[in-house]
Every structure is written in structure tokens, then in C-alpha cells.
Design a protein around this ligand. Structure first.
Ligand SMILES: C[S@@+](CC[C@H](N)C(=O)[O-])C[C@H]1O[C@@H](n2cnc3c(N)ncnc32)[C@H](O)[C@@H]1O
Length: 207
């Protein structure tokens, strides 16, 4: 996997980075830092801040969701009053911790068929399989979040784009494209795809 430093970044080039302070598809590094410094880091709970700083030292730290995405998930869980949640793909647990502390004390994670919120951030080749199962586990009106649905920007990149040389990106891109198509035509859900982090598609179950 090739990783680019900020210094190597070219205009309009999609960059994969190990810097958790710069994990965004926004083309302006300054604008993204503005969001983090103004609205995200000052409101980040201490336990999340410590986890983020610890995770930053891990060699696979690019797997963690960025803090602004954690803030979004935390808000969503509160908005729907989620009590039963599930996460597929945990790593060091930033997204889990961003959603878990807001749960009421009686919140449980094992009520099959009655989940309010499910976050999927695991092996991309199984995203469609997860969707087939998770859609039946989440309640009507509940939410499913699929992470990485813009896949480093590769979903809209031409076949000869430099990032297609990265095996990890090239290998998983078809699965992400497949998921995006399936979600777009799935009438059981309402969807909203946001360019937060590496792209997140929020699905609300309708039927
Ligand atoms: C991108 S990371 C998740 C990052 C996490 N959301 C965070 O914010 O730190 C993906 C995780 O999914 C796990 N994973 C991969 N395949 C899986 C599978 N089949 N079932 C469960 N977890 C899986 C990996 O071990 C890894 O911990």
C-alpha cells in the first residue's frame, strides 16, 4: 500500500494518508483542519481523544474513522434515541466508543431483530452480505451506516488513475461500487451518502 505525505500531495490528487488529522476527501487541507480545530476536537470527549492519540501510533491507523465522522455517528445515535446498536469491524474502537457512551444504561447489543443503529466498517468484499442480513436486524426507522463508500475517491476515478496502482484500493473497489449500486436501488431504505471521512452512506430502513 502506498502512502503519501502531505508534502507529496498534488492538486486534485486523491491522497491516502496515515495522518488522522487529514483523513478526509475534502480537497482543501486547510478547510478540513478548520473543521477539526473549530468544531470537532474542542468537543471530542477525553476518552475518544486519548484513543485517537493512541491509535495514531499504530501502523494501521488509517483504518480508524476520523474524529469528524465519529462526531456525526454520535449525533445520529442520539437523534434516533438508539439503545440497541451493533458494529461490524471494530479495530481500536474509535467508532464504537463514539456511539457507545451515549447509549442509555439499559442499552444492549444482542436483541436480534431490534437494532436501532448498525455501523458497518469491515471487509469490503462482504458488504453486500452484511447488507442482506443487517437490513433484517435493524428496526424500521433505524439506521445503518456503511463506511468507505467513496473508497479514497476511487469510485469515480478512471482506470489509469495512480491510486488504482494500490492493490488494496483496486481489489476492494468493485465491492464498494457494487454496494453503492445496490443501496441506490433498494427501496427498503432511504439513503444519504456523505463525503465525510472516506465516504459514509447512511441508510434509514423504510420497510
Ligand atoms: C476499518 S477497520 C474498523 C475501524 C473502526 N471503525 C474504527 O473507527 O476504529 C476494519 C476492522 O474490521 C475487522 N474485520 C475485517 N473483516 C472482518 C470480518 N469478517 N468480521 C469482523 N470484523 C472484520 C478488521 O480486523 C478491522 O479491525
Amino acid at each position: 500500500m502506498t502512502l503519501h505525505t502531505e508534502e507529496e500531495q498534488q492538486p486534485n490528487q486523491v491522497v491516502m494518508t496515515r495522518d488522522l488529522n487529514n483523513k478526509s476527501l475534502l480537497q482543501s487541507h486547510e478547510l478540513y483542519q478548520y473543521i477539526l480545530e473549530t468544531s470537532v476536537y474542542p468537543r471530542e470527549p477525553q476518552c475518544l481523544k486519548e484513543l485517537r492519540q493512541l491509535t495514531a501510533k499504530h501502523p494501521w491507523n488509517f483504518m480508524a474513522i476520523p474524529a469528524d465522522e465519529g462526531q456525526l455517528l454520535s449525533m445520529l445515535v442520539k437523534l434516533i434515541g438508539a439503545q440497541n446498536t451493533m458494529e461490524i469491524g471494530v479495530y481500536t474502537g474509535y467508532s464504537l466508543l463514539a456511539t457507545a457512551p451515549v447509549l442509555p444504561h439499559d442499552g444492549k447489543g444482542n436483541n436480534k431483530g431490534a437494532y436501532d443503529f448498525v455501523f458497518v466498517d469491515a471487509d469490503k468484499e462482504n458488504y453486500l452480505n452484511y447488507h442482506k442480513r443487517v437490513i433484517e436486524l435493524v428496526r424500521i426507522g433505524g439506521l445503518i451506516g456503511y463506511d468507505n463508500t467513496l473508497w479514497y475517491g476511487s469510485v469515480a476515478a478512471p482506470p489509469n488513475a495512480p491510486l488504482m496502482d494500490m492493490e488494496h484500493i483496486k481489489r476492494n473497489r468493485p465491492f464498494v461500487l457494487e454496494l453503492n449500486k445496490a443501496l441506490a436501488i433498494d427501496h427498503r431504505i432511504e439513503i444519504c451518502q456523505l463525503p465525510v471521512g472516506d465516504g459514509i452512506t447512511i441508510c434509514r430502513r423504510l420497510s
